[in-house]
Design a protein around this ligand. Structure first.
Ligand code: FES
Length: 142
């Protein structure tokens, strides 16, 4: 608990102990910008908005992360180089957990992604979203 407090700062909030994470399964946390899903995938941690830009579905609930690569056409997905995606449980739109882009270009709207750091035995998520370019198309917090 002391380590948690020591590492938590104005820039990062506590997401949970490393031991609480199972590979490829999201832990959803309360974040200053809303609900955020945090996941460990192939040894790296990612944090993304838990709100689907389509109709507000719980993006990080009920599924996990899979590897695929964005196709050039809507609703066509191919497995090529391995972009980790989260699939919305409501209508199956998929987004990169790396930069928030939509797979298949169904929408230009990105999901928010956040920096994650591990210090000691705990995982922390940045309060500010990562800017991946085209910020004008990023999801607006409710
Ligand atoms: S609400 Fe997520 S795909 Fe429709």
């Amino acid at each position: 608990m002391e380590l948690k407090r020591a590492a938590e700062s104005e820039a990062f909030i506590f997401a949970g102990p490393v031991a609480a994470f199972t590979d490829n399964e999201f832990i959803v946390i309360d974040h200053p910008s809303g609900s955020v899903g945090v996941v460990r995938f192939e040894g790296d941690y990612y944090a993304v908005s838990n709100r689907c830009p389509h109709m507000g579905g719980p993006l990080c609930v009920g599924g996990g992360v899979k590897l695929t690569t964005c196709s050039s056409k809507p609703f066509e997905y191919e497995t090529l180089e391995g972009v980790p995606l989260v699939r919305c449980p409501w209508h199956r739109w998929e987004y990169s957990i790396v930069d928030g882009t939509n797979a298949g270009n169904v929408t230009k709207t990105k999901i928010r992604t956040y920096p994650v750091k591990v210090e000691g035995e705990n995982v922390y998520v940045g309060r500010s979203a990562i800017r991946h370019g085209r910020p004008e198309t990023q999801e607006v917090a409710p």
